[in-house]
Design a protein around this ligand. Structure first.
Ligand SMILES: Nc1nc2c(c(=O)[nH]1)N[C@H]1C(S)=C(S)[C@@H](COP(=O)(O)OP(=O)(O)OC[C@H]3O[C@@H](n4cnc5c(=O)[nH]c(N)nc54)[C@H](O)[C@@H]3O)O[C@H]1N2
Ligand SMILES: Nc1nc2c(c(=O)[nH]1)N[C@H]1C(S)=C(S)[C@@H](COP(=O)(O)OP(=O)(O)OC[C@H]3O[C@@H](n4cnc5c(=O)[nH]c(N)nc54)[C@H](O)[C@@H]3O)O[C@H]1N2
Ligand SMILES: [Mo]
Length: 701
């Protein structure tokens, strides 16, 4: 480090979930290098190449620098520059007019994966009066949150610092994805310390290589596998009898349900050999403490909530809930309670009742999440009312949303007023009426990790001034809230909002920015003293709420809507099971394709196919192939890989080609969501979509 440099302590959010402690060296006012923070309690000295690429992307020519208004037809690429005051004025005027004419519910706010401005977005939406916020939460992480809430608890996370003796990694390529509250470094350290590991994944990876047991599950069948393990645990008396007696209801009907899932039956459903199911059940149930590291692999299918439920029961019935080294409810971070910040109470009851799909996907509605097709139906058919505007923050929806051609039709032709906020120009922002430029994580202060439940918050210190006129989403939403007429509920300055968040912790932003972190320390075994926040005060294995809603009150399994069990003509046309969205280390979602450094080592979209399946189609490693589903066709390069079953293929998501330029950026060429579907049958409670466990055909190009 030379003398012109200073180092600023901050929290990386080069990937959407972020959360790694870093120091950024600043040279002549620009970020020059990123160093890991070895003292950080979660990232423990880890950073990744996406963090380093942030420097190269800081001044990329595709960055949005000014608010813009479309002047030509959608997708024609004609824009005029606006001042912030003009842009937010236009947006506020238009939204208020639509609200006066058609009701606030006809405006749908939206965001992409978890990022730290969401509380501001919900605050705006709730004050404005719309119950409709479209997120990926129907099939990503939020099902876990919702089902835990229905069972009377917060989500339990792995307590890595207390050394689980066994880790069951289920549908999470954790060392690559570093998702949510946790970072893969903790699992890596646990593995180095010799923990016993079971991995449930249809695809071989670094974790399966190290695991004592690898259960190579058929995509979309996880709920059956979890119930099969529970069957063994109950039959062999390996469960925690004391916990069951004192803290559960419904054990008898639950056990009757488990009778339907003996290992031999589960083997036929899941393709996992019965002996492995038995071995995994025994290993997990008898090694204490044991922890479950679950991921989206279990959630993106029609059995989503039942799989999540079965997995929570697996944790609880083996006595691993809220115990050191097991799965622990760490609780909310210091600061204003997040629901309070979001002002959910400000949304009038009669508006909440208009939430799209709430009568159908009841569990999702309990946490204000909706599945996309209900929004698209409302836009296309006015069913149950006309949605006229989408106001979307940080989502390249054309790439990330299921059934991309439908999304394109909606964004390009059907939606009346579309506002997009992003850091970069994307094929999605090209379709917007107003585009707002967002600042990067390097460009603004923040109470980082406030949206997570590991109990910590950290100061994210601004490193550099925003490029052009970009502003942080928090500031944009704060100012939009004021422009919409809610000045009394927002802040004069952004710093005031940070002080508001921190006030219950007794510190100001000025004080906090010098501190390493604030933490609410975990309290273990809370159910012993507090019970569960359910009507019974216990963990309900038979969920009466689900019965009242007309759903199955016990977890089960149904065949995915597209599966080898479909009619022979369909299976002949689409013989391969397709799982999508295997995370790529170099990229986050559809991001980072602009980075030459990251692109160099992963230039093209890949679909993995077993050597036998490839040979049968004359496909060699590296060939361009076409993947077809009933929705359409895309092209990717084949990676011939014996780590997937010959009947399964695994395709990457998020691929577009910034180098092809606006307005299209090649959005449909290799976008796997051209092949996925948003339509029912979906998971009954959440409306989780089937992104894992579809059917396709692959042919050589
Ligand atoms: N087929 C298939 N589809 C999937 C998945 C899958 O596994 N398979 N995964 C799904 C999951 S789990 C999720 S969560 C979704 C993700 O869905 P999205 O989050 O919508 O994903 P991205 O396409 O990466 O879009 C993120 C956009 O936000 C922009 N951005 C990044 N940081 C900021 C910021 O701070 N402010 C603003 N305003 N913009 C920012 C990026 O430039 C990018 O354009 O995708 C889902 N789609
Ligand atoms: N580098 C990088 N990191 C990311 C992201 C990214 O795009 N890139 N995305 C972020 C987002 S939005 C999320 S939600 C998280 C996700 O992160 P996690 O929740 O940890 O999940 P993934 O790492 O996607 O792992 C999914 C695993 O499930 C496997 N799988 C596929 N189908 C099935 C199935 O049917 N059953 C089971 N059991 N497993 C299956 C896949 O092979 C893969 O190993 O990652 C986040 N982190
Ligand atoms: Mo996600």
């Amino acid at each position: 480090m030379n003398n012109a440099q200073e180092r600023i302590m901050t929290i990386c959010r080069a990937c959407g979930h972020g959360g790694c402690g870093v120091y950024v060296a600043v040279d002549d006012g620009q970020p020059a290098k990123i160093y890991a923070d070895w003292e950080h309690p979660i990232s423990k000295g880890y950073t990744c190449k996406k963090a380093h690429a942030a420097i190269e992307l800081q001044h990329h020519p595709d960055r949005l620098l000014y608010p813009m208004q479309r002047t030509g037809a959608r997708g024609e690429g004609k824009w005029r520059r606006l001042s912030w005051d003009e842009a937010l004025g236009i947006v506020a005027e238009r939204l208020n007019r639509i609200k006066a004419e058609s009701g606030a519910e006809s405006v749908v706010f939206g965001h992409g994966t978890g990022r730290d401005f969401h509380r501001f977005l919900y605050r705006v939406a709730n004050l404005f009066g719309t119950p409709n916020v479209l997120t990926p939460g129907h099939m990503c992480y939020l099902p876990r949150i919702a089902v835990c809430k229905a069972l009377g608890m917060e989500i339990p996370l792995v307590d890595y610092d207390n050394h689980p003796k066994c880790v069951l990694v289920w549908g999470s390529n954790h060392l690559i994805s570093n998702p949510d509250e946790n970072k893969g470094i903790n699992l890596a350290k646990t593995m180095q310390a010799g923990t016993r590991m079971i991995v449930v994944d249809p695809r071989r990876n670094r974790l399966t290589d190290k695991a004592e047991l690898w259960l190579q599950v058929r995509p979309g069948t996880d709920s059956a596998l979890a119930l099969g393990m529970l069957h063994v645990i109950v039959k062999e008396g390996l469960y925690d009898r004391d916990f069951v007696a004192r803290h559960t209801t419904g054990f008898e009907p639950f056990c009757r349900r488990l009778e339907d899932y003996p290992p031999e039956v589960v083997e036929r459903i899941t393709w996992v050999p019965a002996a492995q199911i038995v071995a995994a059940a025994r290993l997990y149930a008898t090694t204490k403490p044991a922890a479950l590291q679950w991921g989206v692999g279990v959630e993106q299918n029609v059995n989503c909530v039942d799989a999540d439920r079965a997995l929570i029961y697996l944790v609880a019935l083996t006595g691993n809930l809220d115990v050191p080294g097991g799965n622990v409810i760490f609780g909310i971070p210091p600061g204003v309670p997040r629901a309070k910040f979001s002002l959910f109470d400000a949304l009038p009851e009669q508006q909440r009742a208009k939430m799209l799909g709430a009568a159908r996907y009841r569990l999702g509605a309990t946490i204000n999440r909706i599945t996309p097709h209900v929004v698209w139906d409302a836009i296309e058919k006015g069913d149950p009312y006309q949605v006229r505007s989408l106001v979307v923050f940080a989502s390249n929806s054309l790439m990330a949303r299921e059934n991309a051609r439908r999304v394109h039709e909606i964004l390009a032709k059907r939606i009346e007023f579309f506002v997009a906020t992003d850091i970069f120009r994307t094929p999605t922002t090209e379709l917007a009426d107003i585009v707002l430029p967002a600042a990067t994580w390097l460009e603004h202060d923040n109470v980082a990790e406030y949206w997570k439940v590991h109990g910590y918050v950290f100061p994210r210190n601004k490193v550099v001034e925003p490029a052009g006129e970009a502003r942080s989403d928090h500031v944009i939403l704060n100012d939009l809230g004021r422009k919409l007429g809610f000045a009394d509920q927002f802040w004069e300055s952004y710093e005031d909002s940070l002080d508001y968040i921190l006030a219950p912790a007794g510190v100001t932003w000025r004080q906090f920015k010098q501190m390493p972190w604030l933490q609410n320390k975990p309290v273990y075994r809370k159910h012993e003293s507090q019970g569960f926040r359910s009507a019974s005060g216990k963990l309900d294995l038979f969920l009466q709420q689900y019965a009242d809603w007309g759903y199955d009150p016990l977890p089960g399994f149904v065949e995915p809507p597209e599966s080898p069990a479909r009619e022979p003509a369909f299976v002949a046309q689409y013989p391969l099971i397709l799982t999508t969205g295997t995370r790529i280390f170099n990229y986050f979602g559809s991001e980072h394709r602009q980075s030459p450094t990251l692109r160099k080592t992963h230039p093209d979209p890949l679909v993995e196919i077993h050597p036998e399946a490839a040979a049968a189609r004359g496909i060699a490693d590296g060939d361009w192939v076409r993947i077809r589903s009933p929705r359409g066709e895309v092209r990717m390069r084949a990676r011939v890989f014996d780590g997937v079953d010959p009947r399964v293929v695994s395709a990457e998501f998020g691929w577009w080609f910034p180098e092809q330029g606006p307005p299209d950026y090649g959005w449909s060429e290799s976008n796997i969501n051209v092949l996925t579907d948003d339509a029912p049958p979906l998971d009954p409670g959440m409306g989780a979509t089937n992104l894992k466990g579809l059917m396709c055909q692959i042919v050589k190009e």
